[in-house]
Write a protein that binds this ligand. Structure first.
Ligand code: HEC
Ligand code: HEC
Length: 163
């Protein structure tokens, strides 16, 4: 029996994100706790942008979370970690989220993230409306919907990335 083409496409989808990196929709198996607990201080970061071991490290140190305390009860923590690990990207494609000493890994520190952003001038990163590369919504106007298309990018000084 031949595998239906659509099914095949669905199976390959997680592998092909790098080719369609402008769409990073929240995976359908996200537990409600992910939005509730991980999107209150910042965007619910796309699980695809960090490798499994790095997500485990982030989730193992929520009490020391980049200067904040983001601790959760064990059941919730576990459900979120399982989800992130299930949907993690490959370390081969992304590189590791090389953390500053004493910090958990960062998706903004992977070789992949740097490569995708190498044309962004330093002054945009330090702009008062941005402050940190982790502030995706400062430039990607539809990041909350998981959309990172070039034509949706508005830089902090108001200029469009793509005309
Ligand atoms: C109490 C606020 C708070 C909560 C809740 C919180 N975070 Fe964070 N998170 C932060 C802060 C602050 C930073 C550092 C942001 C920066 O450097 O601009 C951060 C950074 C991160 C980063 C690194 C971003 C980068 O630079 O690549 C990841 C990954 C992350 N958080 C994941 C999570 C996950 C997963 C959860 C839910 C379990 C969560 N956060 C919940 C405050 C929070
Ligand atoms: C200072 C503005 C700025 C911030 C902050 C920023 N980005 Fe970007 N991002 C850009 C620009 C500009 C590009 C397009 C670069 C290019 O094509 O040369 C881009 C490209 C991307 C792409 C590639 C899209 C594609 O078509 O391949 C992804 C994915 C992405 N960013 C995700 C993120 C995520 C996730 C965050 C937060 C963790 C983030 N960005 C933070 C400006 C920003």
């Amino acid at each position: 029996m031949k595998t239906p083409r659509l099914l095949l496409a669905a199976m390959l989808l997680p592998l092909s994100f790098a080719a369609h990196a402008d769409k990073l929709r929240l995976p359908a198996d996200a537990p409600p706790a992910f939005q509730a607990e991980c999107a209150s201080c910042h965007l619910a970061f796309p699980p695809q942008l960090l490798a499994a071991d790095d997500w485990r490290r982030v989730m193992a140190s929520l009490d020391k979370h980049y200067g904040d305390n983001a601790s959760l009860d064990e059941k919730t923590r576990r459900a979120i970690e399982d989800f992130l690990v299930r949907n993690a990207g490959s370390v081969r494609k992304l590189g590791a989220g090389k953390a500053a000493t004493g910090e958990p890994p960062r998706l903004t520190a992977t070789a992949w993230f740097r490569r995708k952003h190498h044309e962004v001038p330093p002054t945009d990163w330090t702009h008062a409306k941005v402050k940190s590369p982790a502030n995706c919504v400062a430039c990607h106007t539809r990041a909350e919907e998981g959309s990172y298309r070039e034509r949706e990018i508005v830089m902090p000084d108001g200029r469009r990335w793509e005309d």
